[in-house]
Write a protein that binds this ligand. Structure first.
Ligand code: 4NP
Length: 146
């Protein structure tokens, strides 16, 4: 479990935030993020997401958006969806012989009682999204170590 891909809808808020957080917490892992949509391909993360992450010392500025591709299921060990819609969209493109395990990111934070990271692009709650992402990152690191 070393290569990890985070997936959300736009790849400009939740999944790049998760990428930045896990990169900081676990520099030995290979981490990337992608969106189920191609709307923002090549773009930086959303400004307010960059700013909220920077206040906690996570650097999202170098990241660029891309769309998820079926080949990702062969290149990553673990693909983590931010919500049930992302998970359903990923199942639609999952190859039959996929190598990657596919699940919800918050499966690694059961103590939160939540299954999805609410999209701060709509909720404007960037702090709440960061709180959930930090908790699930810690849970994921513990699960990888175990
Ligand atoms: P994300 O949030 O999936 O967390 O990156 C979104 C960002 C942009 C849009 C939707 C969700 N959008 O509609 O452009």
């Amino acid at each position: 479990m070393r290569r990890i891909l985070f997936v959300c809808l736009g790849n400009i808020c939740r999944s790049p935030t998760a990428e930045g957080v896990l990169r900081a917490k676990a520099p030995h892992l290979e981490i990337d993020s992608a969106g189920t949509a191609d709307w923002h391909t090549g773009k930086s993360p959303y400004g307010p997401a960059i700013e909220a992450a920077a206040l906690r010392n996570y650097d999202l500025k170098p990241l660029r958006a891309r769309q998820v591709h079926p080949r990702d299921f062969h290149e990553f060990d673990l693909i983590l969806a931010m919500d049930e819609n992302n998970l359903a969209d990923l199942k639609q493109i999952q190859p039959e012989n996929a190598r990657a395990k596919l699940c919800l990111f918050l499966d690694y934070a059961p103590e939160t009682g939540q299954s999805a990271v609410p999209d701060p692009y709509y909720t404007r709650d960037f702090e709440g999204a960061l709180d959930l992402i930090e908790r699930a990152s810690d849970g994921l690191i513990a699960a990888i170590k175990a």
